[in-house]
Structure formats: C-alpha cells, structure tokens
Design a protein around this ligand. Structure first.
Ligand code: C2E
Ligand code: MG
Ligand code: MG
Length: 600
C-alpha cells in the first residue's frame, strides 16, 4: 500500500466524519462516519447536499459558507449543533461541525459527535453554579444552605448508625456564633470595614478549628473540608452569624472547650484598614449527645431545628451579657417561643395603638418638711392587651429591645410625653410639672440618627430641651465610647440625663464622676430599707453626698411609707417618687392629682 492509499484508508476509517463538497454544498465524497452522523438528519435518506442536510438544524452553515469570500481558510470552527430529540436513543445529541474552504472550488467539513463533551461542560457549569449558590461570596465559606445540607447528612448518618448500634457514645456539636454589636461596628467604621472584619473572623474560626483538630481528640480521618462532607465545618449563615459543626466528639465538655477557644481566638483585636478592632461574640452550643437520644435539643433528625436550637442558646448568651457561650437547654426554646409570641402581639399592639403612657409624680423634698408636687413626672409605658389585660413594661420591654421594636415604642413614648407635657403647661399654668423624665434603652441609643430625631420631636411639640430628662441605667451609661458620644450629644441639646436604678448595676460611687449625668436615681431596693436597715441608710447617705459633691441631683425611687420618706429626707435626698405620693397616672388623672395637692 503506498502512502496515498494509506491516507485514504485512514480517512475512510477515521472516527470523525469528513465530507468534501463543492461551494454549493454538493457532496463529492464522505467517509462512513460522516454518513453515520448525518443520516439521521437527511429527511429523504439522501446525502447529496451537505447544506440541505444541515438546513433544519444549522442553517447558519450555509450562510457562513456563502459569506466567506477569502480564497481559502476556516469558515467555522467546532460549531456546536444541538439535535434536540432527533435520532434514536443513544444516537448523538450534539454535533460539532467545522468547515474549511480548501480552494476556489472545494469545501471540507469535519463532523464529530460532541454529545459527551457537551454533557460534561454542562455538568461542570451546573456544579460551578451550584457551588456558587452554596458559597458565601464574602468569606468563601459554605453558606447556610450548604451548612444545612451537611448537618442533615450528619443527622441522617447518625440515625443509621444508631440503628446499626455502631459508634455509640460519639457525637457532634453545633456551635452558632453571632458577633456582639456588629451593627455598631458597621455604623462606625463603614460597611466595607465591616466586611473585612467578617473575613478576619472567618479566618480565625478556620484556624482555631484546624488547630483543634490537629490537637487530636477527633475521630480518625477528621478533616476540614468546607465544601465536601467532613468532620468539621465552618459556615457563614447570615450577616454576622457563623456556625461551626464538629463530628466525632466524645463529651459535651469538648464542645464547650471549643467554644471557649473560638471566643478567645476572636477576642484578639482584628486588624481592619490599619485600625485595631475589637470583636466579641456570643456562641450557642447544641450538643448532639447520642446517650440522651439523637440530639439533646430534640433536634431529632432535622437540621433546621438543630440550627434554630443552637441560635436560641446564642441569643441566651447575648441576653446574659454576650462574649460567652451558652449550652442549649429545652426550657430555652419555650422561652424563645413565648418571646416570639410577645413580639408578634407587640407589633399588633403598635399598629392598633394598644400602648399608652402613664405618669408618676416626682416630688421635691424640702428640708423643712414641705413637698413640691410640681417638680416633675416620669413617663412609664403601659400595654392594654385585648385579652391579657394590663401588661407591665417588665414583660415586654426586654423583648422589644431584642427584636428592635423598642425604637418605635421609644419614639411613641417620647412624642406622647412631650405632647402631654405641653398640654399641662396650658391647663395648669405655673403648677404644671417642670420636668418630664423618659426612660431610654440601649438599643435606642444605637440608632445613628437618634439625637436628630429627639431634636425634631422637641421642635415639633414645642417642648423645651431643659424640661426633658432621659433616664439611662448604669450599665448603659458606662458603655463604650459610642454610647458616651450619644449621651454627650443629647446633653449638648440641653437635655438632662439621669442615672436610673443606681446601686443595682456594676458602676460604683467612685466612677460616678465619669458619667455625663445630672441626676442619680437611688434604686427602690435601697429606699425600701431606708428606715429599717442601717447599712442601706449609710449607702443612701454616701450616694447623696458624692452626687452633691459632683453637682448632681438625687431622687429616691419607690417611697412607699412615711418612714421611708422621712429617712431619705434626713439624708438630704432632693426628690422622691413612689406609691406613697402616687401610683403612675394617666394624663387627666395626673392633672386632677396636682390640682388636689394644691387644694390640700
Ligand atoms: P424605672 O424607670 O425605674 O421606673 C420606676 C418603676 O418603679 C415603675 O415601674 C414604677 O411604677 C415603679 N414604682 C414607682 N414607685 C413605686 C413604689 O413605691 N413601689 C413599687 N413597688 N414600685 C414603684 P414600671 O412602670 O413597671 O416600669 C418598670 C421599668 O420599665 C422602669 O423602671 C423602666 O426601666 C422600664 N420602662 C417603663 N417605661 C419605659 C419606657 O417607656 N421605655 C423604656 N425604655 N423603659 C421603660
Ligand atoms: Mg426610670
Ligand atoms: Mg428606676
């Protein structure tokens, strides 16, 4: 066989279809592979003209050939032609067609079955899309969906193992982590700094978990592979929320130790844009203890429930001050459900105006024994619930703070208090209360535009700034710089500040001078023992002395008896408040109370 014949033989048997035609597509030659591939497309079984055969599936080939005016060259290269559904099962689904102009009169087409290639490409694309949908774009960690699936796999596997009685005593922990005050960091440093902080947090978590695994104590084969199933997983499941999933633990202590280790790792300052940023976090730990059933939290097989239970424990950690971990207990879930219920009803209450404000008189205690009934009032919110009756603030302020409704409630109370205050000036003249005290909670101060909002309320209602006193608790006033800044802004408006419930918090008399307050309110728990306990009397006396030396006013809260009144007056406390004078009253009743005092 000579070389030419060998080439012809090769082309004849080539696993690629070859067709030679004239410029109009009329077939001069084709090899068996070409006729195999093209025959299903030939309507009348004739393969006389390539363009005619391809017209139904790829009419552009004819057009491209017609438009090609070079003497020779590539007309089209590896054109993908889907055959949608034509041909028998197992027959090619996609063809790849290349067309060459050989010379002034001839074309050569190379045709191959691209079904497999196309499928593989599509699979790769699908996988890429899928992994993008399961990866958090910011931290490159798995996202909530991915964490959920992996946890579900783990729970399913556990159920299987349990049945097979294998690996008893070995179990998993789910840690739900949320940064404390991340919103504040975002507000102060800007969102892009916040993003970088999240990146730093995710690095720390991964490193801490990897160290933990290297340190041993895990099942053999334990590895961190965030995308595939593994014994450890770190995922970002929300804005500043992460979960850590660990399999193969033997004792709940191990999970708690890991939580402590993660908190330590995060507590070191993070370098963000050249600044050192502190970030504390709260962690909820769910222990999937095999000994106590599938999971301690009744998570019994459901990933969403498990994540929810861990997050409930996290909220508990936050409620008790943050920067700590709390292990999930079943009672927490009931509490959380009750809170969710209150939250839903509170939203309705705001919409249906079930909230109202009552005012408790604050009287001036003259050293000569007289009382000034117009010294001021304190505004206290009430909730008239359609079925539960009157709900005290203690039962809903905390929930409102957690779910963000406190902003709306606070705005409502402030506005109503100012409006009522101005009305009293009109109806009572010189006998109207001279000061309006309104309670403030921490979340309200976190609003970046709060000072401006207060200024707007004052302007709208005509309320003089000097007649408004905002009450903050010790723990709030002693907060970070941001809070201090807000308090100073308020003072700059001319508003007065009072330290509420003094004596119950952490700050002491020695740090009183650090707080930008005008008035100290001595907590009821001291006042109620003012006449019976020497110890409490001494504490009240010391508080009044220190406050006076700093130029601050004092108010004794919760005076219920004449004995308590005499005791606090003896200590030179400037003002008093309590059931002894009056319970909190609705606006009209307060007007009547003041008028009655005048007549008395
Ligand atoms: P607080 O600011 O220390 O208010 C004084 C509380 O003591 C009020 O309870 C008042 O009714 C009660 N009280 C006054 N005198 C006596 C007394 O002689 N004996 C006894 N046993 N209690 C007395 P209330 O209205 O239930 O409010 C409780 C707390 O809820 C308030 O403590 C305050 O921290 C918070 N709060 C009330 N209204 C608001 C509000 O509008 N916004 C915010 N953020 N917190 C509020
Ligand atoms: Mg108060
Ligand atoms: Mg108080």
């Amino acid at each position: 066989m000579d070389a030419y014949e060998a080439l012809v033989q090769f082309l004849y048997r080539a696993p690629i279809g070859l067709v030679q035609t004239d410029l109009a597509g009329t077939v001069d030659m084709l090899n068996p592979m070409a006729s195999n591939l093209l025959m299903p497309l030939a309507r009348d079984g004739a393969l006389d003209n390539l363009f005619a055969v391809l017209d139904a599936v790829a009419p552009q080939v004819r057009q491209m050939a017609g438009a090609f005016d070079e003497p020779s060259g590539v007309v089209c290269d590896a054109l993908r032609v889907p055959l949608d559904g034509q041909g028998a099962p197992g027959a090619p689904q996609v063809l790849s067609i290349s067309l060459m102009k050989l010379d002034a009169g001839r074309l050569m087409a190379a045709i191959s079955d691209a079904t497999f290639d196309a499928q593989r490409e599509q699979e790769t694309l699908r996988r890429r899309l899928r992994s993008a949908a399961r990866t958090d774009a910011l931290t490159r960690l798995p996202n909530r969906a991915a964490a959920r699936d992996q946890l579900q796999d783990l729970l399913d596997r556990r159920v299987g193992k349990e049945r097979g009685k294998g690996s008893a005593g070995e179990t998993f922990a789910l840690l739900f982590l949320n940064c404390d005050r991340f919103r504040q960091i975002n507000d102060t440093l800007g969102q892009s700094a916040g993003d970088r902080l999240l990146g730093s947090i995710s690095d720390r978590l991964l490193t801490a978990l990897a160290d933990r695994m290297r340190a041993g104590g895990l099942a053999p084969g334990a590895r961190i592979d965030p995308s595939a199933g593994g014994a450890g997983l770190v995922a970002r499941v929300g804005g500043d929320e992460f979960v850590v999933l660990l399999d193969g633990l033997r004792h709940p202590d191990e999970a708690e130790r890991l939580a402590v280790r993660l908190l330590d790792a995060l507590a070191r300052p993070h370098e963000v844009d050249g600044a050192q940023v502190a970030c504390r976090a709260s962690i909820g730990v769910l222990w999937g203890g095999a000994a106590e059933g599938v999971a301690a939290g009744d998570a019994a097989g459901d990933a969403d429930n498990a994540i929810r239970d861990a997050s409930i424990a996290m909220i508990e950690a936050k409620r008790t001050g943050g920067a700590r971990h709390v292990v999930f207990e079943r009672a927490m879930r009931e509490r959380a459900e009750r809170r969710a219920d209150i939250e839903a009803q509170l939203r309705l209450a705001l919409a249906e105006e079930q909230l109202f404000v009552v005012y408790q008189p604050v009287v001036g205690l003259n050293p000569d024994g007289g009382t000034d009934h117009s010294a001021g009032v304190e505004a206290l919110v009430r909730w008239q619930h359609p079925t539960r009756g009157l709900v005290p603030p203690f039962d809903f302020i905390g929930v409102a703070e957690e779910c963000g409704l406190i902003d709306q409630i606070g705005d409502f109370v402030l506005e109503r208090a100012c409006v009522d205050f101005m009305r009293w000036q009109a109806v009572l003249g010189p006998e109207a209360p001279r000061l309006m005290a309104v309670n403030l909670s921490r979340a309200q101060l976190a609003q970046p535009d709060w000072t401006a909002k207060v200024a707007a309320t004052l302007a709208r209602t005509g309320m003089p700034a000097a007649s408004l006193q905002l009450e903050v608790t010790e723990s709030l006033a002693a907060q970070d710089e941001q809070t201090q800044l807000r308090l100073h802004e308020l003072k700059a408006l001319g508003i007065k500040l009072a330290l509420d419930d003094f004596g119950t918090g952490y700050s002491s008399l020695s740090s009183l001078h650090l707080l930008p307050v005008d008035t100290v309110k001595i907590d009821r728990s001291f006042v109620c023992k003012a006449d019976t306990s020497h110890h409490h009397r001494v504490l009240i006396e010391a508080t009044v002395k220190v406050a006076q030396s700093l130029g601050m006013n004092t108010v004794a809260e919760g005076i219920e008896t004449v004995g308590q009144l005499d005791a606090v007056r003896d200590q030179h406390c400037a003002k008093g408040q309590g059931y002894f004078f009056s319970r909190p009253l609705v606006s009209d009743a307060l007007v009547a109370w003041i008028r009655k005092q005048r007549r008395a």
